[in-house]
Design a protein around this ligand. Structure first.
Ligand code: MG
Length: 174
């Protein structure tokens, strides 16, 4: 069905893009591997958490879940459950994508920013895009991944942790 908007623009109203937002923080500790965007990165510290603590994938997962009005990652995969101990966060994204499908939706895109002082993220971005796209079963060019520092300010600037932010667009039936 075609709807005529006051501006004169016509739009198909069979689907509407819903947006979701996600944010996550994990503490950096010694003796843990560093997983970011589904990629293991060589670094002297890793992120602490019940799962692999992939702060970027967690933020993306919450963004996708938010777009379909679902509970957050913690309600889907409670840290109290031993089965998620050291679990690869790819599983969480796969579950979020499955929930989108069950809602008769399709993921339009995700865009995420990692906030960390070190290490350099840029060389790993292409592999992260592939890993995120595969987990969500969407084309790689629908995944945006960026990184920035916190200009040495605050807990992120002191390297005490890393933060991830993400948005997602999901087409849902009108
Ligand atoms: Mg998390």
């Amino acid at each position: 069905m075609v709807r005529a908007w006051p501006s004169g623009v016509c739009a198909y109203n069979s689907a509407v893009v819903h947006t979701g937002i996600g944010y996550d923080v994990h503490r950096l500790v010694e003796g843990r591997p560093l997983w970011l965007g589904g990629v293991e990165i060589a670094h002297e510290k890793g992120l602490e958490g019940h799962s692999d603590a992939d702060v970027l994938m967690h933020a993306i997962c919450d963004a996708v879940l938010g777009a379909i009005g679902h509970g957050d990652i913690g309600s889907l995969f409670p840290p109290s459950e031993p089965q998620w101990k050291d679990a690869p966060s790819r599983i969480f994204l796969e579950k979020a994508a499955k929930l989108v499908k069950e809602a008769a939706g399709s993921i339009v895109n995700v865009d995420a920013t990692l906030i960390a002082e070190v290490p350099k993220i840029l060389p790993h971005v292409p592999a992260m895009k592939v890993a995120v796209a595969q987990a969500l079963a969407i084309p790689t060019d629908r995944v945006g991944i960026k990184a920035t520092t916190n200009e040495l300010l605050g807990f992120l600037g002191r390297g005490e942790g890393m933060a991830g932010m993400a948005v997602a667009g999901v087409n849902l039936p009108d």
